[in-house]
Design a binder for this molecule. Structure first.
Ligand SMILES: *Cc1c(COP(=O)(O)O)cnc(C)c1O
Length: 389
């Protein structure tokens, strides 16, 4: 072999006696085959075999298997973002003439996808009250192929009666999918409560460090997995093994991060609920939160994201008070080590249950800073927002 060939042939080295606790990052576009017959038969390797880097590497398969184990799923597939995980479920299940039901509190880009992408392609979308429970039966007909849940709901934190909704959907032959990003499998396992698909934005708590974008879908029915993989192959999407490796690392510390963030978030939520600037606090573990009883029934705990509805009189002071915060960063994509605060308005995103309160909603994601620093920063904010007497 000459030098230019040596440059592109990696010598095989022994792996004997090498044992590391880290999952290796296997990068690949091409998969090579031991002989011509193996190459000719590559499509018979099935969805668990390796055929092309886009369809999986040992690194991505390790993350998939770990998430499957946590959810009690048969298989998991990885997508380049949480939103991609949602749209791939919809694209795999819905054909022209079909109908999908989504909650009024869905992650707003889901509504956008339904209105601007699915609808022009002949798929109807019906928005429902997230607290509808078993009454969802009235909205389901023979065309309804998918009922989507997000619990708790984006920003306003309504916890859904998943069992009642799933039973109603299944009674009419519709599939059930759930966005479980807030809870992670450590706090809620939707497949045990009637979901056919559980989707998560690994971007948030699994990644945990605000440095990657990734989504997952876990399922028990292998036919559904095949439909998801077929859709992904048709549109040509897969994930980077480097992102999967970051998620594998994040997963190792997710338990302690969540426990700490959940505890701090609940303490702070309790402390701020009676402050003069605050109308009410929306946290699934507090009795005033819609669906609190379902949270108690179904969830093993609370993560670190909750919201506070401000009194409308705080509005003039809000921008300056937020900009003066020293520990909290202003931003939307939560779940990392840094605490975030985001001023939100949901009025335009609610079509079935109008949001009538005028005060801004502050969505708060508690991170890993010293809780005393977080308290001081938040108390200064709420003090600056106190209505003048
Ligand atoms: C962030 C988020 C998503 C989207 O995830 P991306 O990876 O940012 O696309 C979906 N659902 C919920 C509940 C989220 O918080």
């Amino acid at each position: 072999m000459r030098d230019l060939s040596r440059c592109v042939h990696h010598p095989a080295v022994s792996q004997d006696g090498f044992a590391s606790l880290a999952v290796p990052t296997y990068r690949a576009s091409t998969i090579v085959f031991p002989d011509a017959v193996a190459y000719a038969n590559r499509r018979y390797r099935g969805p668990d075999g390796y055929s092309y880097g886009l369809h999986g590497t040992p690194t991505t398969r390790t993350l998939e298997a770990q998430l499957s184990a946590l959810h009690g799923a048969e298989r998991t597939v990885l997508l380049p973002s949480g939103q991609a995980a949602i749209t791939v479920i919809f694209l795999s299940v819905l054909l022209p003439g079909d109908k999908v039901l989504i909650p009024d509190t869905a992650y707003p880009p889901v509504r956008g996808f339904c209105t601007n992408y699915m609808k022009p392609r002949g798929v109807d979308c019906v928005v429902y009250d997230p607290m509808i429970g078993a009454d969802i039966t009235a909205l389901i007909d023979a065309r309804t192929k998918l009922v989507w849940l997000e619990s708790p709901g984006s920003t306003t934190m309504e916890v859904q009666d998943m069992r009642a909704i799933a039973d109603a959907a299944h009674a009419s032959g519709a599939l059930v999918g759930c966005d479980n990003t807030w809870a992670t499998p450590l706090l809620f396992k939707p497949l045990d409560h009637g979901a056919d698909f559980v989707m998560e934005a690994l971007t948030k708590y699994v990644g945990g460090h605000s440095d990657l974008l990734l989504g997952s879908i876990s399922i028990r029915d292998l036919d559904l997995r095949q439909r998801l993989k077929d859709t992904m192959r048709m549109i040509g999407i897969g994930v980077s093994p480097d992102d999967a490796a970051l998620a594998l690392r994040g997963l190792e510390t997710m338990g302690v991060r969540l426990a700490h963030m959940g505890r701090t978030a609940l303490e702070i939520a309790r402390e701020v609920q009676d402050l003069p600037a605050v109308e009410r606090v929306l946290h699934p573990a507090l009795p005033g939160c819609p669906g609190h009883d379902f949270w108690k029934r179904d969830f093993a705990g609370a993560s670190g994201v909750f919201s506070t509805v401000l009194k409308p009189e705080t509005e003039p002071a809000l921008e300056a008070a937020l900009s003066a915060m020293r520990i909290f960063a202003i931003g939307a994509s939560w779940g990392g080590t840094r605490s975030l605060i985001a001023p939100m308005s949901v009025k335009a995103d609610r079509s079935v249950v109008p949001w009538t309160e005028d005060g801004t909603i502050l969505r708060i994601s508690i991170g890993l800073e010293d809780p005393e620093d977080l308290r001081a920063d938040l108390m200064a904010l709420f003090k600056a927002l106190e209505p003048a007497r």
